[in-house]
Design a protein around this ligand. Structure first.
Ligand code: UD1
Length: 403
């Protein structure tokens, strides 16, 4: 008999698809334990209530949303698409400088930890909320589990790299997605005993929802081949000339294939500030308003998860500076050109469909034309990216926290 209480943290868009499969596994596990240990007399439904205390053999959890991303299309729609119930605790920290954001999460999360007294805190990814909650828990002596540990771009100018290194130093359970991450952690002196190679939770979500995305997506692709673009890194969109050069390069590509560009709030803001609306056509989700054919960059706001992964699955190629999209394209077998100088996910290059092109125009065009001529990179699926990473994580946590 045991009862474990954990807090699971999500704060920004790329966190929701990583935390969702862990929650689904816990819910399933709780339900099956309950039905085994109690005689089912219609009581099951009322007995099973997440967060309820002192349930034998149950994992009691609460989902904490820090509120780092707060616009409905960056947060709420993901709860709907990923079949997540609303967060139990909302910290509402909002935007600010990095230090303000981290400090606000820490102050509010400390109160949460003191009240809830969890046995462990689970954080995912590399955003400011990840670091802030790991640091808060570690200072209170609460074990920290970091999902997607050990990834390194070796570029300390990226805020995410600082978050990764610091979170890993503070974590007691380091769950990795690829073998390079194990090596990075050991090089930093982290004990092998704390490192668990489990696979990729984001891929758990992708494999679970791929078919549903295909059924429910609404964007009218007008029967056209298209390329998909996402850009939001400060290095690409905060500098007026760099951003302009990238948009001009994309316009050259769009002469051969229409482009769909769902823009992050930071990117939308920069398009307005620099007056770059002239590079775009407007894409609406209204099925009566299909994508424009050639010579177009179709701009939309951030898209819901199902809509977006359906676009990746159907794209001829993807241009991105995101982390997770490099992995999703590898699984979906779609060529990906990463507009960055480095990647913390080298397996997507070694085994997947990813190529680093930086922001160099000739390199971007050269690789784009190869893909348009049918010579895109064909990858294979990395080890343990099999849809079962969350099961492995939950099993390891139960075994260790239960002792
Ligand atoms: C964050 C993550 C990044 C991740 C990205 C994905 C960090 C350090 N960075 O970057 O790793 O790839 O999320 O989305 O945590 N904003 C809104 N509405 C929102 C959220 C943000 O308008 O719902 C605005 C903010 O006011 C700010 C900008 O977008 O101007 C950036 O938001 P922020 O969360 O600070 O970082 P991201 O660039 O989104």
């Amino acid at each position: 008999m045991f009862s474990i209480k954990i807090l699971l943290v999500a704060g920004a868009r790329p966190n929701f698809m990583k935390i969702a499969p862990i929650l689904h596994v816990i819910n399933q596990r709780n339900l099956s334990r309950l039905s085994r240990s109690e005689s089912v007399r219609g009581e099951m439904r009322s007995l099973f209530h997440r967060g309820q205390k002192d349930q034998r053999n149950q994992i009691n959890y609460k989902l904490v949303h820090t509120g780092q991303h707060y616009d409905p299309e960056m947060s709420e729609v993901f709860f709907h698409d990923l079949e997540l119930s609303s967060p139990d605790i909302y910290l509402g920290v909002g935007s600010g400088s990095h230090s303000q954001q981290v400090a606000r999460v820490m102050m509010r999360f400390e109160e949460t930890c003191l009240k809830e007294k969890p046995d462990a805190v689970v954080v995912v990814g590399d955003v400011n909320s990840t670091l802030a909650c790991a640091l808060t828990a570690a200072k209170l002596g609460i074990p920290v589990a970091h999902v997607e540990a050990g990834l390194r771009s070796f570029d300390r100018t990226m805020p995410e790299e600082i978050n990764r290194v610091a979170t890993d130093t503070l974590s007691d359970f380091l769950f990795t997605t690829e073998k390079s991450a194990n090596k990075n952690l050991m090089n930093e002196g982290i004990s092998k005993k704390r490192i668990f190679f489990v696979g990729n939770v984001m891929i758990d979500t992708l494999l679970k929802f791929k078919a549903k995305a295909n059924e429910e997506a609404k964007i009218n692709l007008n029967g056209l081949d298209f390329a998909l673009v996402t850009l939001h890194r400060p290095t690409n969109v905060d500098n007026k000339n760099t951003f302009k050069d990238l948009l001009q390069t994309l316009r050259m590509v769009s002469k051969h294939i229409p482009i769909i560009f769902p823009a992050h709030p930071r990117t939308q803001k920069q398009i307005k500030v620099f007056g770059y609306e002239k590079y775009f056509n407007v894409l609406s989700l209204n099925p009566m308003n299909p994508i424009h054919p050639k010579n177009s960059i179709n701009l939309s706001g951030p898209l819901p998860y199902l809509e977006f992964i359906n676009l990746i699955a159907n794209a001829k190629m993807v241009f991105t500076d995101s982390g997770g999209i490099q992995e999703e394209t590898t699984i979906l077998g779609v060529p990906c050109l990463t507009i960055r100088q480095n990647t913390e996910r080298p397996i997507t290059i070694e085994e997947g469909t990813n190529i680093l092109v930086g922001n160099d125009r000739s390199r971007i065009l050269e690789e784009s034309f190869k893909i348009l001529n049918g010579k895109g990179k064909k990858g294979k699926i990395p080890h343990l990216w099999d849809g079962r990473a969350s099961e492995r994580i939950v099993k390891i946590l139960v075994n260790h926290l239960n002792n």
